[in-house]
Design a protein. Sequence first.
Length: 422
Amino acid sequence: TVMLSLLLLPTGGLGLVFEEIELSIPPSLEQGPPPGEQLYTVTHDPEKTPEPVTIPCRADAVPPPQYSWLKDGQKWDPNTMEGVVITEGEGSITIVNPQAEHEGWYQCVVTNPAGRLYTDLVHLHRSQLGYFSSKEPKVVTVTLGDPLSLECGSPTGYPPPTTKWMLQTTDGGLRHLGNSRITIDDHGTLRFAYVTHDDASDDALYACMASSATRTEYRVGNWVYLNVSVPAEDGEELMDSVPVKQYVGEEEMIVLEGEQLELFCIYSGVPTPTVQWTKEVHGTDGALELMYRESVLRVPSVAASDAGVYRCSASNGAGEGEMHSFDVAVQSSPVLEEAPMSLSLHVGRTGTFTCRGRGSPAPSVTWTRDGKPLRQTGETVTFSNVTPKDKSVLACNVSNIHGYTYATAYLDILCKCSSLSR
């Protein structure tokens, strides 16, 4: 605590008046960990320079604050873990060569005599990409004109790897598959509406490729040699067939605002079916025809207005296929609309902190004081007839099932202690 002494001029024959004003200020965060998830890569190649991970934590306070850390909810001393460097004069830590044991939830705690502040939680998560199971290429024989599905058997990984199919030649070269009859679903399965002689393997094998958005590497595996047979009774002629559902996604979906929406509606049939999409908006009558003619409907960044019932149907020269419906609900993580403001109150006064957020489902608001939960819940917390003991750091947490947002403010008590002499 810092005390400031003021000398006031005498009035009315009185002596000198001294006032001491307490200037202790609780911690105020200047830079903290980004909330949510932070990915890192473990380097196994001794010739490759590791990519360090930094979690910032810097605050301002009077007197200067002390820093400590929690890992997975438990007290954790960065000095006890090899390869962790603490930035001088602040609480920021840098993991020079991140390994598997560094995975976990981290939170910085900032303390001085006037209060305690907890930062957002950050989750350090390893980026990983596994391998395909070691298998020899398999031979698949399919009848001319029939539909076909080839499963990828993608390796595990985090974030989940992206899969696509290629043709791999005997010399290791890769060729893209480009044909309207062929679609890859959201599980990585390669789907043929029908098979022709052009799909047969000659100098190349079908191969599934898995890649990670956070890693500069990919895996290739699950090779398939495709034979196309011809039934003796039909000969080389392709027989028309009506569209049949080959693969469709879940009928009910919840998508977060800002994420990508993908609806899969894959039909088999000869000739290749054309897919038509319509959308019903919740609370209205009728349907809006969408200008999509592909098997996969994609909305790159979903908004609340994208909620509704989507329907797909397919037709070709042989007839029409069965319709399929998707009921799409759009929800959102909490967003802070009004953050609490720091207050400076004289002893005996009353002050209110307000914290409002929006989200879907509607978020709840909880409060902590110097890191300890308050019984009060809701958008406001009021302090009445305050005393110097009420000086503290307040934090509100606005959360729903999709996440949370966090804000802090401090309550400063202006304390005057006067002495009078004659």
